[in-house]
Design a binder for this molecule. Sequence first.
Ligand code: 13P
Length: 349
Amino acid sequence: MPLVSMRQLLDEAAKGGYGVGAFNVNDMEQIQAIMEAAKQTNSPVIIQASRGARAFAQDNYLYHLMLAAAELYPEIPLAMHLDHGNSFETCKSAIELGFTSVMMDGSLKADGKTPATFEENVAVTKQVVDFAHERGITVEGEIGVLGGVEDGHGAGGSGLEHVTDPDQAVEFAEKTGVDALAIAIGTSHGAYKFSKKPDGSVLKMDILLAIHKRLPKTHLVMHGSSSVPKDLQDVINRYGGKLKETWGVPVEEIQLGIRNGVRKINVDTDNRLAITGAIRKVLWETPEKFDPRDYLKPAREAMQKVVALRMTQFGQAGHAGDYKAVSIAEIAQGYKDGSLSTKPLVADK
Ligand code: 13P
């Protein structure tokens, strides 16, 4: 299958009532792990690259690796998404490269650190939507600000400082016409999200439910959604690592989200933990080894295991064959003639 529109993937997920994991990549082994997990579980999938990943891998390597994935797994619907674009120019360059979906994170200014005003966010997001939709490309926007910092992007803080206001979410969706809406409900990027198993005082699922009630057809996105499982932390620490005790987002909370409009779930940290643990184990147990394949292969397998598990838990497993790819040109036509709606359905309070 060619790279497909993320809008198509999310519309199908809404029809089927499941969520789709969006997994971050920086290199070939991570792409391979995700595609093998997708094949194993027969799942549609979103692969995403941040600005940091683009700088690390270089655009052309990344793009051609993604094309290779689409070529090698023709049965898997696969969208290539830009994670946390910081400006119109960053999104434009991703679209021109061949990404089929972009996130314009206008919740922060272009420095990727300072919270932006609502008006600034609407203006830059709308500019990206106009440019992207004309070309059949999907846009995710963000309202409210996540906690933490990832690849140098983020406002820092706990994640509770700028949680999304449901009224603003409605206004933002109406004014921008985004295809997917990332919301801030207390999660943050990285391993250190919560100091104990989160309850409603720190993980604001009530806000998610309130937003879904007002925007019942809008595809919601949960960022910072790694579960940071204890077993993955333990492997790292057993083999010389020094992670402090920490908690992520419990899978059952994500599943509650999926029953209430969440269609895209961003996961990066869990895979980083799996990879690092597997590499540490090989190097700790067999320090005489020096062939990178000796540790990259177990690392890739460890990541595949995590991704396959999440695909099953999010419900996307088994759905790869449900539909055929619509071409990006047809998607562009759909935005133009209005058959792909960009006007959210808004319910009363
Ligand atoms: P985690 O750090 O929880 O994996 O979140 C990743 C993310 O939201 C990428 O945008």
